[in-house]
Design a protein around this ligand. Sequence first.
Ligand code: SF4
Ligand code: SF4
Length: 303
Amino acid sequence: MYDLIKKEASSCGFAEVFFLKPLRLDAWHTRAAHLGVGASLRFDVPAAYPGASCILLLVYAYAPFPAGERLSAYYLASQRGYLASQALVKALCASGIPCEIAAVPARALALANGVGVAGKNGLLRIGAFGSRFALYTLATSACMPRIEVPATASCPAQCDACMRACPMGAITPEGIDAAHCMRYFMDGAEYPFSVYQAQSTHMGCEVCQAVCPQNAQLAKRIPEEAEQAAFALPRLIAGDAAAARSLVGRNLTGNGKLTAEAICFAARAGLHEAEIRTALMASPFPAVKRAAAWALEQYFIKK
Ligand code: SF4
Ligand code: SF4
């Protein structure tokens, strides 16, 4: 059974599967409620999936882009992993292994099962994958938990690479201060201006992962031509985000989110003023108008 699940998962593109206990995650829930995040996730896993004897944790590993790349390797992989998880559910069910997508806090459940370690940057690292993966969870009644914990190094006490690199000052020797990490402010289409000013990657921030020595062994890849073309700044600023959204997922990128980001990236580089002015006038999205007005004021009118 375990081998069959792993084989099907591998065929769908997953690098690893862990067979976790469906635990109740009260500590995660308390912290998430305090931060106002994760409302759609089910912290009481046994209650949410009463028939499930095991939660399959699927690891979709990816090769990061070189530091400084504006495209997010994570979100490109995350969309592929999402489609792969749907394909895997179909394949397993067709093989007589009942399962369903489980909306549970994957990182917290992994840690509660002893899989991986949390870095000072708050991110989960798992063995040879470092922190470069997207996680998916399936609930199943077909098998029991079987914990095989991969060796994962904790953060060296003296390491402060992520603390020094974080553009928001969100990492302390005690760990991440989520109230300052920009990732927590980037769910909708409109971000605080401090995020537009510091953001270096579309849709998120990967700075603390790029400098982490625990990720240094991972092979990198260069964005493909189609990926670069989809995220070309003039194209996004003109409101043509369809190709980019199909690559990173439409659910996360509505209401002009990518166009607003592109405007701020371009303005910070002193580029595309005329196109930004056009976006200010023509875009139907408040997020785009707001970003364009701010970017013009900050980077063109004041200069
Ligand atoms: S994701 Fe970015 S803002 Fe958040 S802790 Fe890492 S470097 Fe800082
Ligand atoms: S950069 Fe150093 S301190 Fe930060 S997460 Fe990586 S190993 Fe830990």
